[in-house]
Design a protein around this ligand. Structure first.
Ligand code: ADP
Ligand code: ZN
Length: 363
């Protein structure tokens, strides 16, 4: 099992990454002085697959776990479901020094994490991610929260867990499309900081998609290192965290222009990365061969730009194009080679428009 320490100004905690390591979970809880009475928050799908196993492992080691099950999906990230969770925590009499386990994907991490932050002004939290996206992205860095009808993640907090426990054997049941969604962020880590990740994707994509646990564990491990490094350094260098936005300026706009339907976040981000790399290519700061490597990995992951369903004006509108004056310049990190980014404060809207044109004109 790998252990990575996330070292922040106000928090320091380990992220464990293993394969078939559930039996070690209770002893880790004990090592972190977790009290026996626990509330596991999960969704229906994860509960059906894994809740009995988790309960039995915990009970065997002397814990008394209770559980709260919510409906799966982003639609559960709201004030109503949050309030239901709080009600059940009160009914369980979960105390201030006891612990909530967020057992599921990013939705559960955000929702149960936020419940932990506000119930009794904060109880202990363990992040136990079960999707690739949650393992490499949302479980790290302490962002928790819910959506509002006016927008995603409008209500939330920074709230750090006691530890994060990622076991890649849980990914075996994850639908292929959810794996690809998580891969979006993994490709991103490869391009922004770790060319080894990128090479692994180039040479072993088939193994990754087949969920070869050795390869996946290694990818999750290296991805968590990149994210942890950025999140902890950003406390000193304020703009560094923007590097994690690579692919997201264009990606988010594509996603939003489709009303968050048809494309998953990771897929939209992969397309956004092609677009934003195109800006580099066009500026002559990224070699054509490197650009083609990026394009190839993404197309081999099976992600295609759904031209038919997209409108350029709508994508641009979501970038805020209609509100911005044409002379305005954007701050952005752009790739200069695979594994290295450079910060620019002069990206023009015209360059973004050209990048979106490129996406429309592919193939
Ligand atoms: P995210 O992609 O942000 O992690 P979710 O929390 O919505 O998003 O998880 C995506 C979907 O995958 C949900 O329907 C969830 O119930 C399901 N899921 C989570 N973990 C697993 C797993 N290990 N096996 C199968 N399905 C899972
Ligand atoms: Zn993302």
């Amino acid at each position: 099992m790998h252990k990575i320490i996330l070292n922040l100004k106000n928090a320091k905690y380990p992220i464990y990454i293993g394969n078939e390591t559930l039996s070690k979970f209770p002893s880790l809880c004990k090592a972190h002085r977790i009290k026996p009475h626990l509330a596991i928050v999960t969704d229906k799908i994860v509960a059906k697959l894994y809740l009995d196993e988790l309960l039995s492992v915990l009970k065997k080691s002397g814990f008394s776990p209770e559980f709260i099950i919510v409906n799966p999906g982003e639609k559960s990230k709201n004030l109503f479901v949050l309030s239901e969770i709080i009600t059940q925590l009160i009914q369980m009499k979960l105390r201030r020094d006891e612990t909530i386990i967020a057992f599921g994907g990013g939705v559960i991490g955000d929702l149960a994490g936020f419940a932990s932050a506000i119930y009794l002004r904060g109880v202990n939290l363990i992040q136990f991610p079960t999707t690739l996206l949650a393992m490499v992205d949302s479980s790290i860095g302490g962002k928790v929260g819910i959506d509002h009808k006016f927008g995603k993640n409008l209500i939330g907090a920074f709230y750090h867990p006691i530890f994060v426990f990622s076991d890649v054997s849980f990914l075996k049941t994850l639908p292929q499309r959810e794996i690809i969604c998580g891969l979006g962020e993994v490709v991103k880590y490869g391009i922004i900081m770790d060319s080894e990740i990128f090479k692994m994707l180039e040479t072993q994509l088939e193994d990754v998609l087949k969920l070869n646990s050795r390869v996946i564990q290694n990818l999750v491990y290296r991805s968590v290192i990149v994210k942890s490094r950025v999140v902890s350094k950003d406390e000193r260098e304020k703009k560094l965290r923007m590097i994690l936005n690579f692919g997201h300026t264009i990606g988010h706009s594509i996603e939003a222009s489709l009303n968050y339907k048809r494309l998953k976040h990771g897929e939209a981000v992969m397309l956004g990365m092609i677009g934003e790399s195109f800006i580099s290519l066009n500026r002559g700061i990224l070699r054509k061969a490197e650009f083609e490597r990026i394009r190839k990995v993404i197309s081999e992951a099976g992600v295609v730009f759904p031209k038919k369903f997209l409108a350029k004006t709508l994508i641009l509108k979501h970038i805020g194009y209609d509100k911005k004056i044409f002379s305005e310049r954007l701050n952005m990190y752009l790739p200069v080679k695979i594994g290295r980014m450079k910060f620019f404060n002069d990206v023009s809207l015209e360059e973004i428009e050209n990048a979106i044109d490129f996406l429309f004109n592919q193939n």
